[in-house]
Each structure stands twice: as C-alpha cells, then as structure tokens.
Design a protein around this ligand. Structure first.
Ligand SMILES: NC(=O)c1ccc[n+]([C@@H]2O[C@H](COP(=O)([O-])OP(=O)(O)OC[C@H]3O[C@@H](n4cnc5c(N)ncnc54)[C@H](O)[C@@H]3O)[C@@H](O)[C@H]2O)c1
Length: 314
C-alpha cells in the first residue's frame, strides 16, 4: 500500500523518543507525528510542548499523543520504548526487559493493521530489530534498526576533528553490533576520497596508534556520556531522523542500519549494522564490502556475540 500522509508514530517518549521528535520537527520530515507511551501523561505533555514551537518551525506538523490504533495508516513506527543503560551497564544487559517490552508493543502495533516500516532504536538494537521482525511477520526489508548509524557519525566526527575537516567529507563505517564488539572498517574509510591509511603511511598526519585510540573512543562514547549525564539522546535523535528521511523521501541513501544478513559478509540470520541502500520500502540492498580478513574476523566475532544473546530471548 502506497502511503502519502507522511505519518510517523513514535513509541516511547523518553529522552530518545522526544529527541527524535524534536529533530524531525526541526527538519520538517513528517506531516503527522503521533506519540505513544505507557506513561500517557508524559506523551501528552511532550506533544503539547513540541506543538508550542510550531509557528517557528520548518513546516506545520500535526503532533498528538495517541493509541496503537493510530499505527493503522502510519508510514513508519519508531520504537524507542524500554529501559536505557545505567552507568556501567552494557547494551546487552538490557536484553530481557526490553525484549518483553518490544514484543508486547509490536503485537499491539500489528493488531492495528499496520503495514508500514518499523525503525527500531531501543537497545540492544540489533537483537530487538530481530525480535521486531519475528513478532511482526513483516518482510525483513521493512524492519530497520538504527544499527551503527550513531557509531558511524561518531566515527566520522572523531576523524574529522583529528584532520580538521568537515565530518561530512569523511566516509567510512562502523560495522556489526551497536555496542562493544563493533568494528571500524578502516579499509574502506576515506577523507576527501583518499584512503585513511595514506594519511598514516604517506602523509604522516596520523599515526597507526591514533586509529586504535579513535576506534576505542567511538566504542566507549556512550559510556562517557552516560557517566556524565545519565543518558545519550541527541546523537541518536539525529541519526534516526536521517534514516526516517531516507525512507519517507525514497532517497536510496546508503546508511549503516541494522539489516538482515542472508549470506552478506559471510553471515546469515542476524540483523546488524552494515551499509545498506535505504528507500521507501526500507532496506533495498546491503552493500557487501570487501573488508580485510582481520576486519572480517572481528565482524564474525561481533555476529557470534549477538547470536549468543539472541538465543537467550528467541
Ligand atoms: N540505538 C541507539 O543508538 C540508542 C542510543 C541511545 C539510547 N538508545 C536506547 O533507546 C531506549 C530508550 O532510551 P531513553 O533514554 O529514551 O529511555 P527513557 O527511560 O528516557 O524512555 C523510555 C520510555 O519508554 C517508555 N516505555 C517503557 N515501557 C513501555 C511500554 N511497554 N510501552 C510504551 N512505552 C514504554 C517509558 O515510559 C519511557 O518514557 C533505550 O533502550 C536506550 O538504550 C538507543
């Protein structure tokens, strides 16, 4: 069914859900934005607050708090409900609680007759994207996890700071789990079209050790932020909005979302972060990069760790 209303439902109006809503409104992404939360008053308050800025917005967006029936004619449902990491917790620690919450929500969304695309942001995102796919019965292409989009923007920003260039001129991806086993694909990272290794080996603008430090910094960014302010949300707000734009505008943009692997990268039956072509139907195609044997081994390890966690909840 082709939908034209540009109606987006966000389930979960905590830090992440409202940051996505705020970014979407500021970028004029949707026409209709529905907020759902188990704490209905919170959803109502957030909708009222967001509406207050509309006279100065990019465009007039209808925002209201609603029920799952609203999902029936939505283009997209974004899942951000659940518990977030507390200081010292990994994303995988959240799995039992958030798996139960996600399954219950997906059931309610599907009961409305929803026939659009899920975008999953709740953690552990790769696992919850898989469960959303299973529970919804939708084709895997129509279930999109935020994957390593946030890690990738962090990666590009860190390289950009090091070389004093615009992060949008840095190209490269973090692959695999959105979490501790993620992989920096240095072999496919370029700045202004020039491979990052040339900045190390030819220009000596970076040292080999800089790359290790930088990848660790990206991996540990959430811990650093959570230690200081208890949660992370602006980065994921912008990352999710980027994915939503790619879908609603049928962009065919390449984004490192959590997509279903069916042989790509030598892996199958798992959702994880890989560069994917995103259009109005969700994930059209996965870009299967020829990464180095070492990167491939790390990617395989990441997938194995995800599968072990998935086995505890499926
Ligand atoms: N994918 C990413 O890159 C990324 C980045 C940051 C955070 N996250 C994840 O996003 C999720 C939300 O984080 P947050 O900081 O917004 O948490 P939060 O506690 O601020 O908000 C969660 C919201 O979910 C609601 N909720 C809980 N159970 C529900 C249910 N059954 N139905 C409807 N609503 C329900 C809560 O009432 C709350 O408003 C967490 O899992 C967090 O780890 C993901």
């Amino acid at each position: 069914m082709k939908k034209t209303s540009r109606k987006v439902v966000i389930v979960g109006t905590g830090f992440v859900g409202t940051s996505i809503a705020y970014a979407m409104i500021n970028q004029g992404v949707a026409n209709e934005l529905v907020l759902i939360d188990v704490n209905q008053e919170k959803a109502e308050g957030e909708a009222l607050d967001l509406l207050d800025g509309m006279a100065w917005g990019e465009k007039n967006v209808s925002v209201w708090s609603g029920t799952y029936e609203e999902c029936q004619d939505a283009n997209l449902v974004i899942l951000t409900a659940g518990v977030n990491q507390k200081p010292g917790q990994t994303r995988l620690d959240l799995v039992k609680t958030n798996a139960t919450i996600t399954r219950q929500i997906v059931k309610e969304v599907m009961a409305s007759g929803f026939d659009g695309i899920f975008v999953v942001a709740s953690n552990p995102v790769d696992i919850l994207t898989y469960l959303t796919w299973q529970e919804s019965g939708l084709p895997a292409s129509r279930v999109v996890g935020t994957g390593t989009t946030l890690d990738t923007t962090r990666f590009r920003k860190e390289i950009a700071l090091k070389l004093a260039v615009d992060p949008r001129s840095v190209h490269g991806y973090i692959l695999g789990e959105h979490g501790d086993s993620e992989v920096a694909a240095w072999s496919h990272t370029t700045v202004g079209g020039k491979p990052i290794m040339e900045y190390v080996e030819k220009d000596h603008r970076l040292e080999e050790n800089d790359l290790t430090v930088l990848a660790d910094k990206v991996k540990n960014a959430a811990y650093e932020i959570i230690d200081r302010k208890k949660a992370t949300y602006y980065g994921i707000g912008m990352s999710t909005t980027r994915i939503v734009k790619a879908i609603l505008n049928n962009e065919q943009a390449v984004l490192p979302v959590s997509a279903y692997l069916n042989g790509e990268y030598g892996e199958e039956d798992i959702f994880t972060g890989v560069p994917s072509i995103v259009d109005e139907n969700g994930v059209r195609e996965i870009i299967d990069l020829s990464i180095t044997p070492q990167e491939k081994a790390m990617f395989h390890q990441s997938v194995s760790e995800l599968k072990a966690v998935l086995d505890t909840v499926r």
